[in-house]
Design a protein around this ligand. Sequence first.
Ligand SMILES: [Zn+2]
Length: 239
Amino acid sequence: MICKLCGEDRKLIKAHIIPEGFFRPLRLGSTVLEMHSNTNGALPKKSPIGIYDKNILCEKCDKYIGLWDDYAHKLLIQNFSENFAVYEGSTKAAYKINVYDYEKLKLFFLSILWRATISSQPFYKRIEIGAHEHILKEMIINGDPGGTYDYAVSLAKFSDPRIKEMLDPHKTRLNSINYCQFYITGFVLYIKTDKRNPPDFLKEFCLKRDPPFWIILRDIDRGKDGKIMKDIVLKAIQK
Ligand SMILES: [Zn+2]
């Protein structure tokens, strides 16, 4: 079995695409996590430890990427709190992270996209990024997070803290610029897969070397995915 990162013939392990730790908060209060699709309704799929792929990474490479997974988990799950909220008057307007490691956080996001594109798991089948796959692999091997606009990353968070479901990731366009969109434990991750710069409205919200990192607040009443998330929550409450 050939590891897709180091290219060596090694025993491959059960590698998560979105790390297992990001699924744990979802299990609090409910026994099984449900994965949903916002297109075909073929899911929900019960997946208590998230989705892994046995055909992509050796243990050494999984551990190498795992350092970034651990960092991001601490920052975005363990230590994330409402103290990061920024208010305009009495209305929550955004979240703001003042202290973070650009390299580790950016490489975590890039590795999610890369792992999703090399995985053959059906949940990730809508992530197909052509030649970007090879470029991302080189960046990961070299520990190179690129500049702000290289695979620019923006993050949104649903305003309702009950929203923690996962929808399947997919490609999207923001003002005609190509992006891939992932749902991660209440966050929505946007990664640019386009040579052009991000749209103007997103430039302030790109992850950059100099803090702060502004996180967009997503209203669940806007957008198809928000409505699906809301329906899932309402159904769960009624159970
Ligand atoms: Zn390897």
